[in-house]
Ligand binder design. Structure first.
Ligand SMILES: Cc1ncc(COP(=O)(O)O)c(C=O)c1O
Length: 377
């Protein structure tokens, strides 16, 4: 067929593929990249009000000023990214769209993008679609996938135009300590590389401290959104911000010629995410996720796997050593447990499975472990 050569560089998302397989009746689904909570009431009410008030037209490409102002304030107060105002913020249809725009704006044919191994499946495809190539920075299961010497020396030895960081991390649940982020920033600074800090799981942290690279590095683009912490994956709302206003304008130029703007009434709803009522609900969600994480981590010790109890997000990424995890994931589907095999996340994901507890009850977790115990020798 006569498609553009770039189409050969975009891969089917492994997470979407395995999530589709999980739809068989009776299968316990541990593939899901979201939680099973409803969006907080205050956000839903704000969307309805905006619709009733006729907020149905195009908005400014960058997003409505009221929301961008709230975001800038949040980034200054909670993330210590100072001297930002609404002009440094771009709102779009989800964090993924903004990552796409940032990569398209910065990465040209043959440019290198450095990223942790393993990493969220979409990064590699987006980079390759843009014509770039990836330099993988290894992390290890026995160290809880926190970047350490091998990661830093691989970064030192690469020539990245852009470095992608994601903390709390998908697929590993790792929360990168401030010291590690400062080491990465230090290398980026010396190499004059851009840094994209994907903080979409920021508010889902059980231990440790979230540190935003953007607070100490001007060539950083901070990406965040509402999908995970406010259970809004279907609403499609996210934002990017940088002290470097020019890069935001470049991304905005891509947005202007593609999606135009995020959905109007969804942007008004986003403002309500910062209300006390909505925050109360998201705190309750996090506490429920913590219980599931504790339970799953405890029960995983009954399997022959290497893992560190994750400090954030809603994933555990146990390693089953030399096992072919693609075959293991297939075997587990037949045994009634759907998981995502680790290798699509990078070579360090070989032998690993990503288990999501975002949408699994304690009872489902128990049943999944019983089924896994029968299938894993
Ligand atoms: C690490 C990471 N970044 C970004 C996204 C995309 O978020 P959004 O729904 O805001 O596009 C996801 C979704 O799974 C993710 O896991």
């Amino acid at each position: 067929m006569d498609y553009s050569p770039r189409m050969s560089r975009i891969k089917e998302s492994a997470t979407f593929k395995y999530s589709a397989l999980a739809k068989k009746p009776g299968v316990i689904d541990l593939t899901i990249g979201r939680t099973n909570f409803d969006t907080p009431r205050a956000i839903k009410d704000a969307a309805k009000k905006a619709l009733d008030e006729g907020k149905v037209n195009y908005t400014p490409t960058k997003g409505i000023p009221e929301l961008r102002e709230k975001i800038a304030e949040k980034l200054r107060d909670a993330n210590n990214i100072q001297s930002l105002d609404k002009e440094n913020v771009l709102v779009s249809a989800g964090a993924k769209q903004l990552i796409f725009e940032a990569v398209l704006a910065l990465v040209g044919e043959g440019d290198t993008v450095a990223l942790p191994d393993p990493s969220w499946v979409s990064y590699e495809s987006i980079v390759e679609f843009a014509g770039g190539k990836t330099a993988w920075l290894p992390t290890h299961p026995e160290r809880g996938f926190i970047p350490e010497e091998t990661f830093l020396s691989a970064l030192e030895n690469s020539k990245p135009k852009l470095v992608l960081l994601n903390t709390p991390n998908n697929p590993t649940g790792a929360v990168y300590p401030p010291k590690v982020i400062k080491q990465v920033v230090d290398i980026c600074e010396r190499k004059d590389a851009w840094l994209l800090s994907d903080e979409i799981y920021e508010e889902i942290i059980y231990e440790g401290e979230h540190f935003s690279a953007g607070s100490i590095y001007d060539k950083c683009i901070t990406v965040n959104g509402y999908s995970k912490n406010c259970s809004m994956t279907g609403w499609r709302l996210g934002y990017a911000a940088s002290k470097n206003r020019e890069v935001i304008e470049k991304m905005n130029a891509i947005q202007e010629q593609s999606v135009s703007c995020a959905t109007s009434f969804v942007q008004y709803a986003g403002i309500a995410a910062y209300t006390k009522e909505a925050r109360k609900e998201t705190t309750a969600m996090r506490e429920e996720l913590r219980k599931r994480r504790d339970h799953l981590s405890r029960r995983l010790s009954e399997l022959d796997a290497v893992y560190v109890k994750p400090a954030g997000a809603f994933y555990v990424f146990p390693s089953f050593g030399d096992t072919d995890e693609l075959k293991l994931a297939d075997k587990l589907i037949n045994a009634g447990v759907a998981t995502i095999p680790g290798s699509p996340f990078g070579s360090k994901g070989k032998g690993c499975l990503r288990l999501s507890y975002g949408a699994a009850s304690i009872e489902q977790i128990d049943e999944a472990i019983e089924r896994m115990k029968k299938s894993i020798p």
